[in-house]
Design a protein around this ligand. Structure first.
Ligand code: AMP
Ligand code: MG
Length: 364
């Protein structure tokens, strides 16, 4: 049985400033504290996360956030065994803010420093929440990421496929803006879709005609734009019914794509690993009940266990970074003060990179 450890985690890769204290005792992980300062208000006028504003807000909030996380856990920095910080992928100004803060704390306290891949944090969360054994299949669907990963070990991930352009959360946010719903788009589309007709607009299911697990959401967004413009040629503006029908049609299209690609990824996972295994989801889009239940059905049909961590640990947080630090401590030496921040940082360094295959290129 591994020794008990307590780690301070720091996360600042996008628009959430987060710090957490996580302990592993008798092999079981426990979140002692987890603080997240979101930045939605700061970015809401701009229709997306503004990197410079995000970086500045992280730099302003990080020390306070860390102090609160330590206080909530009734702990002190000197009582930690190590510091874990997100070192990529993400918006570089924010990642640098977190890494510099962690280096400062490490230099002052003498604690070992571990740079953690943000995606590894998400991918390892089911081991913190559900004590899941390796291997398992993870679908990460968020505002910036979309990929299927076979999690083979705490430092070994194999990507089966991912988006070639936008992340699904990004598509939810953009479509919400197109049809006049508030940001963040995911929750407002889900709410509007409840009273909508998902069959009214025949939106495409991109890349279903191609084998494999890669996905595309940018064309779906353009199709939603065309459907909106067709209505605007007939009417002065969108009615509430138009909005909810568009929202429902879009959400159903995303759910259909994710479900079919998950079915394929799970079949590939089960064939390659020779196990029934577990299918896990993480990321903000996994909050969507329609999508969640479509994915649960896929897992049930393949007799796989379905694991969706609680929402606070599904979206960006620092507890997952601390936990990944605990897992990786046993496998490698600390990074030390030469650790660098990286905007792009694929988890799977063996499979072919997806970089450049889409409009902006997937970040990882
Ligand atoms: P994250 O990138 O993990 O911080 O999650 C944020 C993203 O998740 C944003 O793009 C949101 O629009 C999206 N999101 C949050 N809640 C929902 C929901 N209920 N349905 C779909 N997308 C959602
Ligand atoms: Mg976020």
């Amino acid at each position: 049985m591994s020794a008990d450890v307590t780690i301070l985690g720091i996360e600042s890769s996008c628009d959430d400033t987060a710090a957490a204290v996580v302990q592993r005792a008798n092999g079981i992980g426990q979140v002692m504290s987890s603080r997240v300062f979101g930045q939605t208000d700061l970015h809401s006028d701009f229709g997306g996360v503004v990197p410079e504003i995000a970086a500045r807000a992280h730099a302003e909030k990080l020390d306070h956030c860390i102090e609160l996380a330590l206080r909530d856990a009734d702990a002190r920095l000197c009582g930690m065994d190590a510091i874990a910080v997100t070192c990529g992928p993400g918006l570089i100004g924010g990642v640098v803010a977190g890494v510099m803060m962690a280096k400062g704390l490490s230099a002052a306290s003498g604690l070992p420093l571990y740079g953690i891949n943000h995606l590894a944090g998400h991918a390892l969360t089911p081991r913190l929440t559900d004590n899941l054994g390796f291997p398992y299949l993870m679908l990460l669907i968020s505002g910036g990421h979309c990929q299927f990963l076979i999690v083979e070990a705490a430092d070994r991930f194999r990507r089966l496929g991912g988006t070639i352009d936008d992340a699904p959360g990004e598509a939810f946010d953009k479509v919400a803006r197109l049809i006049g719903l508030p940001q963040p788009g995911g929750p407002s589309i889900e709410a509007a879709a409840r009273s909508g007709d998902p069959m009214r607009f025949a939106l495409p299911r991109p890349l279903l005609d191609r084998p494999g697990c890669d996905m595309s959401f940018s064309g779906l967004k353009t199709a939603a734009l065309r459907a909106r413009d067709a209505i605007l040629q007939e009417e002065d503006g969108l009615t509430e019914k138009d909005q909810s029908d568009l929202a429902a049609s879009f959400q159903r299209a995303v759910a259909d794509v994710l479900a079919e690609k998950s079915r394929r990824a799970l079949a590939e996972f089960q064939t390659t690993t020779g196990t029934t295994g577990a299918f896990c989801v993480a990321g903000g889009v996994a909050a969507n009940q329609g999508i969640r239940s479509a994915l649960q059905d896929i897992a049930d049909a393949a007799a796989a266990r379905f694991v969706a961590p609680p929402l606070t640990l599904c979206t960006d947080n620092a507890a997952m970074i601390a936990w990944a630090g605990i897992e990786q401590m046993a496998l490698r030496a600390p990074d030390g003060l030469t650790l660098s921040a990286r905007p792009r940082m694929p988890l799977d360094t063996v499979s072919q990179s997806m970089l450049g295959s889409g409009k902006k290129g997937a970040k990882a």
